[in-house]
Design a protein around this ligand. Structure first.
Ligand code: NAG
Length: 387
């Protein structure tokens, strides 16, 4: 419409003249309002009644994005890690591998304890335990009938225990009852469960200088990394593991910034099970962190509601299965958030969906031995079952 502005305002005048002249048939109130508005031009009106509400709606829907985008202004990055180069090839003997890291080799390997809090990641747990089985002396698993957000949940491990028969002889399993406190910060229930896990590790008879892996189920150290750490003598007392970050499956490789998993030489009275930063040392390229790597769409919604970042589910439609499926296939963000980065350069580099990769090289062994079963975790298979 050429010269739209002029045309529109003229039309406004016409309407007003008509109405003001003969207000007999229309409601008196409406005609009054229209007469009051007579002096405004239509563009200004549109701005007032559409533009301003849209602006606030925009802030409401995307306010979090704005604050995240401005993070470099209000937040400073954590102290960088001291990254330890990691050497590995399957045909290099252990003695040489230890030496490459500046360590010597032991006469016998340390015992290894792998302790996790279990939620509902059944498939990822089996991939994890099969990967670590040859190197682990004791698997310690604790589950609760409460999610971190205080919702009742089934004991998913107990329900699927048959799938884990292979690990039964190495398993210390515990259940802790939820506290079910309403309206509490989810991090309180989480730390309560971690204290219970600390007890269970003692029940599993850990002793000084045994290795203890502290990580979430979906933070999977590679088997050769744990083998190296159990055989070499002078490894650090505490060591974080740098893991490759994936989202939804091994098709969406995000970055190498996962560091929460850690390995400790256990010390009675000192070592506490934790999932925060405990030291500056970080061993490079030590495994995989596969977040939201679920088979069923329902599991995505469950996890979104159940765990510590429940506040990120700002709108109920985030939980719709069709939306979740669409987000997975695009490699987009389930919570519609921006990357948590500390420089504009990194934020901008990571804007938009994660590109697909086509490599399935150096993935957990059990995954590649069972590609039919775990197809949905491999590149090119983003469709999930609804179940
Ligand atoms: C949760 O588990 C604990 C311990 O097994 C039990 O005592 C409690 O009744 C359970 N709570 C609910 C709501 O099922």
């Amino acid at each position: 419409m050429p010269e739209g502005g002029y045309y529109s305002s003229k039309k406004t005048d016409d309407i007003c003249e008509n109405v003001c002249g003969q207000a007999s048939r229309m409601g008196v109130a409406i005609s009054r309002i229209l007469c009051i508005l007579r002096g405004f031009d239509l563009k200004a009106l549109l701005f007032l009644f559409m533009g301003i509400p849209l602006f606030f709606l925009g802030i409401y829907m995307h306010g979090q994005k704005i604050t995240y985008f401005l993070r470099p202004l209000w937040d400073s990055p954590p102290k960088p890690f001291n990254i330890i180069p990691h050497y590995y090839h399957e045909n290099v003997p252990m003695e040489s591998l230890c030496k490459l890291h500046g360590w010597g080799i032991r006469e016998t390997p340390r015992r290894v304890f792998d302790a996790v809090l279990f939620n509902n990641e059944v498939d990822v747990l089996s991939i994890r335990w099969k990967e670590l089985y040859p190197f682990v002396s004791e698997f310690v698993l604790l589950e609760s009938n409460s999610t971190f957000t205080g919702r009742i949940k089934p004991l998913f491990f107990a329900m699927n225990r048959d799938e884990f028969k292979f690990a039964e002889s190495k398993l210390t399993y515990g259940v802790v009852g939820g506290r079910f406190v309403k309206g509490e910060n989810p991090f309180v229930e989480e730390s309560y469960q971690r204290v219970a896990l600390d007890q269970l590790i003692k029940i599993a008879r850990i002793t000084n200088d045994d290795l203890l892996i502290m990580s979430d189920v979906d933070e999977i150290p590679s088997g050769h990394t744990i083998d190296l750490l159990r055989w070499c003598d002078k490894i650090p007392d505490k060591l974080h593991l740098q893991l490759r970050n994936y989202l939804y499956s091994f098709e969406f490789y995000l970055d190498d910034d996962s560091w929460r998993a850690s390995v400790h030489r256990y010390k009675h009275g000192k070592t506490r099970y934790a999932h925060f930063r405990q030291t500056d040392d970080l061993l490079a390229d030590s495994g995989w962190h596969c977040s939201f790597c679920f088979r069923y769409l329902s599991e995505f919604a469950f996890k979104m509601k159940a765990y510590s970042h429940v506040d990120r589910v700002r709108f109920p439609f985030y939980l719709k299965p069709s939306r979740i499926q669409d987000v997975i296939c695009r490699g987009a963000d389930l919570f519609d958030m921006l990357p948590e980065e500390y420089t504009f350069q990194k934020i901008i580099a990571k804007l938009g969906p994660i590109p697909s990769i086509y490599s399935a090289v150096h993935l957990p062994r059990y995954l590649l031995q069972n590609v039919e079963k775990f197809k949905y975790l491999l590149p090119g298979n983003c469709q999930r079952e609804t179940g």
